[in-house]
Design a protein around this ligand. Structure first.
Ligand SMILES: [Zn+2]
Length: 445
């Protein structure tokens, strides 16, 4: 007998979104996003604010953990993270919203990127730290990101459509999944949409605020010019390691020229007297500099993965692992590369290495789950996806793969529940088609 859809609807509500989350979502997405007028922290004018401050903080808390995990987690090098946090908190005090719950994360990702979530979670990759030359440049970078937070740029971009995309789609927008993410089934989660595409005007405003904040914190404004000059040069080279950064922060030579003009117009005196702290910076990133060749090799590997050449990528990742064998990102990247090459046992081994290097970070779990699926170890795969979901709840891809593992274990009823939950969150793409087809075949639809 055909089971009715009603029965499925009556199935336990997805754990992905509690009733409270749904109410929260409908309150913003449904009711037209009205948070009302408030005084803009930067301009001082009364403006329409699409998100209240507590909504900004909620969005940050719900989404930033997924993005941080996609970027291979916060470094376990406490001294490095403390140093960046210290510079960050110094800048935070000079912003227009010093009360925001700022936090600073050195991300294990080798590519060049930095971003801010609307509540003040700021991520800076190892790749970009290696490209900066002094603390004044780091302060400028953080100032720019804090500028996006202070000027409430995420809220400005929020529309009903975008918000729905952010929370529900499970599609990566900011980075665009590279081949490693595609084969690993991890894809991205909507968190990226929160970071995607600031307008040129917002970039200009964040630049101007970044300069203001770093100067208020007594850094030499030359650091700001140095940062802009570095970014400007890199944007011309169009390296894939940089592509992520420029998809979230459009760059133009105009921004560099503006920095030059503003600094010479406003800070001529400070340029001559204030420190840029080059030595202090180099001392603090000494550990990172030691593995710079490994980071470079990972960037080269990523480039080959994007060109869909996993064999070549593997050679670069191997080089990275030769000089930094315990590196979490290095091992996970190699695991994804092996998945792309259909070397599933090798993939499992590298993912296990990654996991023992960094047990509290979740992405390795997902990759172990994928490798187990490929090896038809459905019960072990399910264990990994369940553990991932527990540690980092709310990624629709996990729900799909829980369903897929259950299907492999012939636990049809439970599999159908997961597929149904997935379809409530994502309704296009290959996974959605698979889930829908199964529900049809099994008589649920
Ligand atoms: Zn920006």
């Amino acid at each position: 007998m055909k089971k009715s859809l009603k029965k499925l609807s009556a199935l336990k509500r997805s754990k992905l979104f509690s009733r409270r989350d749904f109410l929260y979502l409908s309150s913003i997405a449904g009711a037209g996003l009205i948070a009302g007028c408030a005084v803009h922290p930067v301009t001082g004018r009364r403006e329409l604010m699409l998100l209240t401050e507590s909504q900004e903080i909620d969005l940050d808390r719900q989404n930033s953990p997924h993005q941080i995990s996609a970027d291979y987690g916060t470094t376990r090098d406490q001294a490095l993270n403390n140093y960046v946090s210290h510079v960050g908190q110094t800048i935070a005090k000079t912003t227009h919203r010093p009360h925001m719950p700022y936090s600073f994360h050195v991300l294990n990702a080798p590519y060049v990127n930095a971003y801010a979530f609307p509540g003040g979670t700021i991520g800076i990759t190892r790749g970009i730290l290696l490209d900066l030359e002094n603390e004044a440049e780091l302060a400028s970078l953080i100032g720019h990101e804090a500028g996006h937070v202070s000027a409430r740029h995420t809220g400005q971009r929020m529309t009903r459509g975008l918000l729905a995309a952010v929370v529900l789609s499970g599609v990566a927008v900011a980075a665009g999944p590279d081949m490693g993410d595609l084969v690993s089934g991890l894809g991205g989660i909507g968190a990226g949409a929160l970071l995607a595409g600031y307008s040129r005007n917002q970039e200009r405003e964040a630049d101007s605020l970044g300069l203001e904040y770093m100067a208020r914190a007594d850094y030499n404004p030359e650091g700001f010019v140095g940062l802009m000059s570095m970014l400007n040069e890199m944007s011309g080279r169009d390296e894939s390691a940089m592509a992520v950064l420029f998809s979230t922060h459009p760059m133009s030579s105009e921004r560099y020229r503006t920095a030059l003009d503003e600094v010479s117009a406003q800070y001529e005196a400070q340029k001559k007297t204030r420190p840029i702290y080059r030595e202090r910076y180099m001392d603090n990133i000494a550990g990172l500099r030691k593995i710079a060749p490994a980071i470079q090799a990972m960037q080269d590997g990523d480039e080959e993965m994007m060109k869909r050449n996993p064999k070549k990528a593997g050679e670069h990742y191997q080089k990275a692992l030769n000089s930094a064998p315990q590196d979490y990102a290095g091992n996970l990247k190699m695991a994804k590369c092996q998945l792309a090459l259909q070397n599933n046992r090798e993939a499992l081994t590298y993912a296990r290495n990654a996991r023992s290097a960094y047990p509290e970070e979740s992405q390795a779990r997902h990759i172990m789950g994928m490798a187990n699926l490929r090896l038809n170890n459905f019960d072990r795969a399910l264990e990994q996806f369940n553990a991932y979901e527990k540690a980092l709840p709310g990624n629709p891809n996990t729900t799909f793969f829980q369903g897929f593992s259950l299907e492999g274990m012939h636990r049809r009823e439970q599999s159908a529940q997961k597929y149904y939950q997935y379809l409530q969150l994502v309704n296009q793409g290959e996974y959605a088609r698979h889930a829908y087809t199964r529900l049809q075949e099994w008589g649920y639809i």
